[in-house]
Design a protein around this ligand. Structure first.
Ligand code: OGA
Ligand code: MN
Length: 208
């Protein structure tokens, strides 16, 4: 495929994520990252978990920093900007390219990003929340990609997105699915998967 066609194909994906966000409050796509990259990222995540390199995240920043398993039970590992891991490089290339598209077409002024791996052990959850902290308004957009092979609705583990009038949209964390929404507007919640661990990469496009 020519470079031009490849660019066009990505732009169609970006456009559809943006249109979803504008029209229904969130965008969903399954082809932001190719399957090989998804598998490699899953392998990385499981290796980090097995090596004991993942820790509970704080909730909020600075003065309101706290670790509270009543609110949030996942363990995370931040992806380093100077990573040389091939799959993480592909992920960050794609994020930069999406940011470039957003800034060019929507004047979003994004100038930074942060992403982490997340491991939810069976039964763990993240209660209803917004992604933008009171003490850190830099997060503009949330972008979550799932890494779970063969996920069934009966496994649970859905992301519930709360829209206007408390209409709730349930999205299951199937491998390769990416969800995109505004960090300061969309309340959302991760439900427990009672019998399975749940793997994702969650991240934020920021203006700092
Ligand atoms: C988060 C989050 C959603 C998910 O990490 O802030 O809401 O489905 N993650 O993993
Ligand atoms: Mn969140």
């Amino acid at each position: 495929m020519s470079e031009e066609n490849l660019t066009g194909q990505y732009e169609e994906t970006y456009e559809s994520l943006i249109e979803g966000l504008l029209n229904q409050g969130f965008g969903v796509r399954h082809n932001l990252l190719d399957e090989t990259t998804i598998v490699a990222l899953r392998t990385n995540l499981l290796a980090h978990y097995a090596a004991g390199e993942m820790y509970p995240a704080g909730i909020g920043r600075k003065f309101d920093f706290q670790q509270n398993a009543e609110v949030r039970g996942d363990v995370i590992k931040w992806i380093e900007k100077d990573s040389t891991d091939p799959a993480e490089l592909i992920l960050m290339d794609k994020i930069r390219s999406f940011i470039e598209y957003l800034n060019r077409t929507c004047y979003t002024g994004i100038n930074d990003f942060e992403f982490h791996y997340a491991y939810y052990k069976p039964g763990s959850f993240y209660k209803r929340h917004l992604d933008q902290f009171k003490s850190d308004r830099g997060r503009l957009f949330s972008l979550v990609t799932y890494l779970n092979d063969d996920w069934q609705e009966s496994d649970g583990g859905n992301l519930s997105i709360y829209l206007k009038d408390d209409i709730k949209e349930d999205l299951y964390p199937i491998a390769g699915r990416t969800v995109f929404f505004k960090s300061d507007e969309i309340e959302h919640e991760v439900y427990a998967a009672p019998n399975r661990f749940r793997l994702s990469i969650a991240g934020w496009l920021k203006r700092v």
